[in-house]
Design a protein around this ligand. Structure first.
Ligand SMILES: Cc1cc2nc3c(=O)[nH]c(=O)nc-3n(C[C@H](O)[C@H](O)[C@H](O)COP(=O)(O)O)c2cc1C
Length: 368
């Protein structure tokens, strides 16, 4: 439905990955390399999906990943997705590059579990000020994304002449005109802003910057010492997102980080990388209980969640499913995406003879 409603250039911006999209495809394909070995004749009339993520309850082992620029697909998509996550009882991560501010989201879903995802920008004073705003607004966790020292090379955007702010080529204008359900509200309400970055030079003005317009502000010098500093200034839970190797996960644990997300940014950064599901198992083996391990990338089915947990994750994150849901139907659409996954998770567990999330282990992936 999102594909139908959005101009192609906008849909491709959400849907696409870097370069040849090998990492993007690998994420999905990795789930196909595993299979479930069901146990039968267990009483599965009651299934408990409730879990603990970062020490707090969640209605299922899933959180909503940060997705920047969501407001280009649906008016105020960030708040729509945040509300849906709250209703579904799962944590929501707000992106630095969101189209709704840190404070606005906090006001819209005051009771919800909220994480703030920070990109580390060249302007460190600005970055720290942004993190301070998240602290003041009561965000439960800070998520620092580390797989983006530079912006990925997303060729669909170049081919589509897609950038934020928009580039009005003849083809784009035609594409927009052919999708009035998208373009009329956009015309009426104006182009979304990136409020968390207001005051940071160059973001708004540069009309030639490719879609990841915050990309030029990322700080490629950000390193482990800087991460230690972030640990020092953030008093609550700290999540490092974008780890793919056990040695890096160990280093994050040593620095006192609380959790990692095994992630390749949904295949939008490094192409030709490993699938995240394949990176998960060695990290889980090496880290044991030293820190909480989540994973994202290509989770599209309830069975995928079971597999990720069986391979050592405590929870999964989803990016595009709720984004597509919101682009198709705002809050109701995002909630529908979450409901579909919840239903499938429950059904898959029942079909496997599992009645609670903590029963999911590597055992379910092996025939005996
Ligand atoms: C359109 C889009 C925007 C994204 N923006 C961000 C972002 O601002 N910060 C971030 O850490 N990750 C971002 N991501 C990556 C997601 O947080 C997540 O890692 C990824 O989408 C998971 O893969 P999935 O989409 O296959 O579920 C973005 C992903 C997409 C598709």
């Amino acid at each position: 439905m999102a594909r139908k409603r959005l101009p192609r250039a906008v849909f491709d911006f959400y849907d696409g990955g870097a370069e040849d999209e090998r990492s993007l495809r690998a994420n999905r394909a990795a789930f196909g390399q595993h299979a479930l070995a069901p146990r039968v004749l267990n009483d599965v009339s009651q299934v408990v999906l409730a879990s603990t993520i970062l020490g707090q309850p969640a209605s299922m082992p899933l959180a909503v990943a940060p997705t920047g620029a969501a407001g280009f697909g649906w008016h105020q998509a960030d708040s729509a997705i945040a509300r849906a996550a709250m209703q579904a009882g799962v944590p929501y991560a707000l992106s630095t590059a969101a189209n709704t501010s840190i404070a606005e989201i906090a006001a819209i879903v005051p009771q919800a579990r909220k994480w703030f995802q920070a990109y580390i920008l060249r302007n460190r004073a600005f970055t720290e000020n942004m993190i301070r705003r998240a602290l003041d607004a009561g965000y439960e966790a800070l998520m620092i994304t580390v797989d983006l020292p530079v912006g990925g090379k997303r060729e669909r955007d170049s081919r589509n002449d897609f950038s934020i702010p928009f580039r009005y080529t003849a083809r784009n204008v035609l594409d927009f005109a052919l999708h009035p359900c998208w373009s009329l509200p956009m015309l009426m309400r104006g182009i979304p802003k990136v409020p968390n970055l207001v005051g940071l030079n160059s973001t708004a003005q540069d009309t030639r910057t490719v879609a990841s317009s915050v990309g030029r502000n990322f700080d490629p010098s950000f390193n482990w010492d800087d991460l230690r500093h972030m640990r020092d200034i953030w008093p609550h839970k700290l999540i490092v997102k974008g780890i793919m190797r056990a040695s890096d996960a160990e280093r994050a644990a040593t620095l006192g980080c609380d959790a990692i997300v095994v992630s390749n940014h949904g295949g939008r950064q490094l192409d030709a990388g490993y699938a995240t599901l394949d990176a998960l198992a060695p990290i889980a083996r090496a880290l044991g209980r030293d820190l909480e391990i989540m994973v994202d990338g290509g989770v599209r089915r309830g069975a995928d969640i079971v597999m990720a947990l069986a391979l050592g994750a405590s929870a999964v994150l989803i990016g595009r499913p709720t984004l597509y849901g919101a682009c198709a139907g705002g809050e109701a659409g995002a909630l529908r995406a979450l409901d579909i996954l919840r239903d499938e998770l429950s059904r898959t567990m029942q079909l496997c003879g599992l009645t609670s999330v903590d029963q999911i282990s590597a055992d379910i992936l092996a025939l005996d």
